[in-house]
Design a protein around this ligand. Structure first.
Ligand SMILES: NC(=O)c1ccc[n+]([C@@H]2O[C@H](COP(=O)([O-])OP(=O)(O)OC[C@H]3O[C@@H](n4cnc5c(N)ncnc54)[C@H](OP(=O)(O)O)[C@@H]3O)[C@@H](O)[C@H]2O)c1
Length: 228
């Protein structure tokens, strides 16, 4: 790929216009200490470290640093990621475009206005792939309970998730409208949806995401408190 590799972070950052910080949150401080004196040429720093705030990264790097914080998700591995991003005041329009070009290469990315919103992004798209994996798992198990072979139930569940997601993305109809279109009166889908609703499906999802949101905030506070 014509990629130059380094074993020394400080030597590497001196040659970069953009540095992506993609290490575990717990070791980000030590990496910032290593590169601090080598970023006088003011590269853009893109951090994907969960929970670590721009304010702390900026402080560790000596201040005045252009920082974009991004919260990507694992479907980035197959080019279908969804990332929320936020820029600090030092980031120029050109650097914003650069950050977008990098993140778009593995999926979609959307800017949020406030850094605190990244905790909501974490609860939605950051942790979200696991919610859909859980749905696939549950639908597979339910299919098996109804007599299907596991392999068949699993393939049908996965393809149904993909089909629904693709339709939802391509259609101008909202998810609610698409659902209404496939729900015939007194049909099979209607009884299933009513069963979900009787058991407060909306509330189950909302509680789960609230828990993820609170945990993301807590982790942010913990990392900030333990930073120095
Ligand atoms: N996975 C996700 O969906 C997701 C979503 C959002 C955010 N994040 C964030 O992404 C970051 C990385 O997560 P991960 O699960 O990919 O972690 P990981 O598998 O541990 O990868 C960390 C990478 O950092 C390298 N590394 C470790 N110490 C380093 C150092 N001192 N200098 C330079 N490179 C170093 C490691 O290289 P070696 O393997 O060679 O040691 C490895 O390639 C985390 O901050 C996480 O919070 C992940």
């Amino acid at each position: 790929f014509g990629v130059e590799v380094f074993t020394d972070n400080s030597q590497m950052v001196m040659q970069c216009d953009v540095v992506v910080l993609a290490v575990k949150p717990q070791i980000l401080l030590s990496v910032c200490k290593q590169i601090k004196v080598h970023i006088r040429h003011r590269p853009l720093l893109i951090s994907i470290a969960a929970g670590v705030r721009s304010h702390d990264i900026n402080h560790w790097l000596g201040g005045g640093v252009s920082i974009v914080r991004a919260m990507p998700n694992t479907p980035a591995l197959v080019g279908k990621g969804a990332a929320g991003m936020v820029a600090n005041d030092a980031v120029s329009d050109k650097q914003k475009t650069l950050a977008e070009q990098i993140l778009v290469s593995v999926g979609e990315c959307l800017w949020v206005k406030e850094e605190t919103m990244l905790d909501a992004v974490t609860a939605l798209s950051g942790s979200g792939p696991a919610y859909f994996f859980l749905m696939i798992e549950s639908m597979t198990n339910a299919g098996v309970a109804l007599g299907l072979d596991k392999q068949i139930a699993e393939k049908l569940s996965i393809q149904t998730a993909l089909g629904a997601s693709t339709m939802s993305k391509q259609s101008t109809d909202s998810a609610r409208e698409l659902r209404a279109k496939v729900t015939s009166k007194n049909g099979t889908t209607q009884v299933a949806i009513e069963s979900f609703q009787e058991q407060n499906f909306d509330i189950i999802i909302s509680h789960a995401m609230r828990a993820a949101f609170e945990r993301a905030r807590e982790i942010g506070f913990e990392l900030s408190d333990n930073a120095e």
